[in-house]
Structures are given as C-alpha cells and as structure tokens.
Design a protein around this ligand. Structure first.
Ligand code: NI
Length: 179
C-alpha cells in the first residue's frame, strides 16, 4: 500500500472535473481505494476523494469503524466507497454546519448543504448503490462528491464571518497533526 500526499487548495488539480471510472473490479481500482483508505486513516480524515491525491477519477471514500478524533461529536459512518456518484436533493431543506477538509488544513467553515439527499453510485465491484442520507451522512457525501466536480467547501460558503482556524474556533478540541 502507498500513502499519498494530499493536495492543498491552490493546486489546479483540485479544480478539475474528475473522469468517470469505466472498468470496475480491476487490480488498479482496488489498489487506488486501498491507498486512499491508508492515506485517509493516517491523517484521520472523515472522507477522501481521489482528486485530493492527484488521481483524476470519480472515486470517494468516507466513514470508519470507530469515532473520528477530528469529529468526536459526530455519528460514525460505515466505511463506504462510492464510484461515479450522483446526488439529488430530497426536499428543499438546508442545514448550515461546520466542515473541514484535508485539502484546506487548519481551517473550518460553516457550509450550507441539503439536509436530505438520495445518492446513486457503484461500489468497487460495479454493484449499484442507491441510498438515502440525512444530516452528517448527507453532508459528508456532498462534501466528497463536490471534490469530483472541482469544488472545495469554501466555494460553497456564504458567510465568511464563520470561517477560521480550527485552533481558534475550537480551542477545546484535541489538536491534530493536519487539521
Ligand atoms: Ni475535502
């Protein structure tokens, strides 16, 4: 397995629209996803999209088996791989809540997202995923899938008075190496 370095905001590769995966269940795809899990776990991320390690493909991962120290008060999401995901909102309600991003280290901002979504994707083996999500789960999926469209969370923000350094906004929170 290979741990990759994570691209930071300003790198033009984060602004590309990622290409769809056309072949499932290949050794290369399995390797990519393994590398992404390894990379994400090392920096204790909640999710990671392939463009964040410079790979121009529509692949995202999120979730973990235990509580994420970066988001101790957030629910645990089952480890999930989404390939070629498509999101549609369910209802018109929005939520505003804090987000961070491994490509925007050290910062947090309040980002509006749809409260409820339905998402379609494929798994590593090409099987169809059709899922409804709300709250934190819906937020994570929207954040990660935005990476596939070249969108970073600050580009979704409407109120920049709610944007700042994690250590200042949340001084009580456990400091972390990257974010
Ligand atoms: Ni991100």
């Amino acid at each position: 397995m290979t741990v990759h370095s994570i691209l930071k905001m300003g790198d033009p590769r984060l602004l590309r629209v990622a290409r769809p995966v056309v072949a499932f269940d290949t050794p290369e795809l399995h390797q990519l996803v393994q590398d992404m899990w390894e990379t994400m776990r090392l920096v204790r991320g909640a999710g990671l999209a392939a463009p964040q390690i410079g790979i121009d493909l529509q692949v995202v991962i999120f979730g973990s088996d235990d509580v994420n120290p970066r988001y101790p008060d957030r629910p645990t999401l089952r480890p999930t791989v989404l390939i070629n995901p498509v999101i549609s909102p369910v209802g018109e309600e929005n939520d505003l809540d804090w987000e961070g991003c491994l490509s925007v280290p050290g910062l947090r901002g309040k980002v509006p997202r749809w409260r409820r979504i339905r998402y379609f994707a494929h798994d590593l083996h090409g099987r169809r995923i059709d899922c409804e999500a709300e709250g934190f789960h819906a937020r994570v999926v929207q954040h990660e899938c935005d990476h596939l469209a070249g969108i970073l969370y600050p580009m979704r923000m409407q109120d920049f008075t709610q944007f700042g350094y994690t250590e200042v906004l949340f001084p009580e929170q456990m400091p972390d190496s990257d974010d």
